[in-house]
Design a protein around this ligand. Structure first.
Ligand SMILES: Nc1nc2c(ncn2[C@@H]2O[C@H](COP(=O)(O)OP(=O)(O)OP(=O)(O)O)[C@@H](O)[C@H]2O)c(=O)[nH]1
Length: 329
C-alpha cells in the first residue's frame, strides 16, 4: 500500500507522463533501427551501400515519427487530461475534513445553527400556544353569545306561543283559546239556562314517567293523550285544550255532570289501555280528573268559579290516590 499522500499524486503523474514521452522519443527510433537491421539481416543481402543506408535511415525516421504521433494522440494526451482532472479535483475545497484543526470550529458552527433552529421552533410553538389561547377565548365568548341568543330565542318562542292559539307540542287549543271559550260558553249557558261541564285532567306521576322513559317519550305521551281527547270530544261545541305541562281541559257545553262523568270515565280507561310509551311499560299512564258542571239547578257565579270548582275536584282526586275522577261539590 502506498504511503504517499493523495495530494501528491496528480503532480507526480504529470511528471511521469513527461518522462515517459521522453523515453519513448528516444526508445522508438532505436527499436525501429534494430527492427529494420534485423529485417535486412534476415533477407541476407550484400553489404549495405551508402544510398541504401540513407534510405533505411529515412525509413526509420518516418516510422518513428508516425509511432510517436500515434502514442501522443492515443495514449499520452488522454493520460494528461486525466492528470489535469485529478489536479482540478484536488483544488476544490473539501466540505468536511477529518483533520483535527477544521473539525472543532465547524462542529461549533453546526451546534450554534441547531441551537438557533431550536430557539426558532420554541418561539413558533409559543406563538401557536398564544394563538390557541386567543382562539379558545373567542370560542368561549361566542359560546356565551350563542347561549344568550338561545335564551332570547326561547323567551321569544314562549311569548309567541302565548300569542298563538295552538299548543305547539300537541296541536290542540292552548290556554288562551280555552280562556276565551270558557267565558263565552259560560255566558251562553247562563243566558240560555243551559248546561256546561268542565273537566280538568292531569296525568299522574308524569315527572316519574319522563325520568323512566325520557323526555321525548313524555312528549309523545302528551301528544297521544291530546289526540285521544280530540277523538272523544269532537262535537262542534266541545273544546279540548292543553293548559301547559301535563294538564288538559275539556269544555263540554250541553253536558250535565252525569253525562260528562260517563264519557270521562271511559276516556280514563282508554288512556290506561294506551300503555305508553311503547306498550311494554308495566305501569300504565293514568290520569286524575276534576269535574264541575254548571246548570240552572247548580249555577256558578262566574266562569272563574266553575274552573276553580273543577280544580278543587282535581286536587281531591290527586290526594285520594290519583287515577280517578272526582266531582265538584
Ligand atoms: N315530556 C314533557 N314533560 C313535561 C312537559 N311539560 C311539563 N312536563 C313535565 O311534567 C312533570 C310534571 O311533574 P309534577 O308537576 O311533579 O307532576 P306529576 O309528576 O305528574 O305528579 P302528580 O301530578 O302529583 O301526579 C315535570 O317533570 C315536567 O317537567 C312537556 O311538554 N313535555
Amino acid at each position: 500500500m502506498s504511503t504517499e499522500s493523495p495530494d501528491e499524486l496528480p503532480g507526480r503523474e504529470t511528471r511521469r507522463l513527461g518522462s515517459l514521452r521522453l523515453r519513448l522519443t528516444l526508445a522508438l527510433p532505436l527499436l525501429n533501427v534494430l527492427a529494420v537491421a534485423a529485417f535486412e539481416w534476415s533477407l541476407g543481402g550484400d553489404a549495405p551501400t551508402p544510398e541504401g543506408l540513407a534510405r533505411l535511415a529515412w525509413l526509420v525516421l518516418l516510422l518513428s515519427a508516425a509511432q510517436l504521433l500515434l502514442v501522443e494522440l492515443w495514449m499520452l494526451r488522454p493520460l494528461r487530461r486525466l492528470a489535469a482532472g485529478c489536479e482540478a479535483m484536488e483544488s476544490v475545497p473539501m466540505p468536511l475534513t477529518t483533520d483535527g484543526e477544521g473539525a472543532a470550529p465547524r462542529l461549533a458552527v453546526e451546534l450554534d445553527r441547531i441551537g438557533h433552529a431550536m430557539q426558532r421552533a420554541r418561539d413558533s410553538l409559543w406563538q401557536q400556544e398564544q394563538a390557541a389561547r386567543e382562539l379558545q377565548r373567542e370560542l368561549t365568548e361566542q359560546r356565551q353569545q350563542l347561549d344568550q341568543a338561545q335564551a332570547t330565542l326561547e323567551a321569544n318562542r314562549r311569548e309567541l306561543a302565548s300569542l298563538e292559539r295552538v299548543d305547539t307540542l300537541t296541536g290542540i287549543a292552548n290556554q288562551r283559546v280555552f280562556d276565551e271559550a270558557l267565558r263565552r260558553e259560560f255566558k251562553r249557558a247562563q243566558r240560555q239556562r243551559g248546561l256546561l261541564a268542565l273537566a280538568v285532567l292531569d296525568l299522574d306521576q308524569f315527572r316519574q314517567f319522563n325520568e323512566t322513559h325520557g323526555r321525548e317519550a313524555g312528549d309523545a305521551a302528551l301528544q297521544r293523550v291530546a289526540a285521544l281527547l280530540s277523538t272523544r270530544f269532537k262535537r262542534d261545541t266541545d273544546l279540548v285544550a292543553r293548559l301547559g305541562g301535563e294538564e288538559f281541559v275539556a269544555l263540554l257545553p250541553g253536558f250535565g255532570m252525569a253525562e260528562a262523568q260517563g264519557v270521562l270515565e271511559s276516556l280514563r280507561e282508554e288512556l290506561r289501555a294506551l300503555r305508553l310509551p311503547d306498550g311494554s311499560s308495566e305501569q300504565p299512564l293514568t290520569v286524575s280528573i276534576g269535574l264541575a258542571a254548571a246548570s240552572p239547578a247548580h249555577p256558578y257565579l262566574s266562569a272563574q268559579a266553575l274552573l276553580q270548582a273543577a280544580d278543587e275536584a282535581l286536587y281531591i282526586a290527586k290526594h285520594a290516590g290519583r287515577d280517578r275522577l272526582s266531582l265538584a261539590a
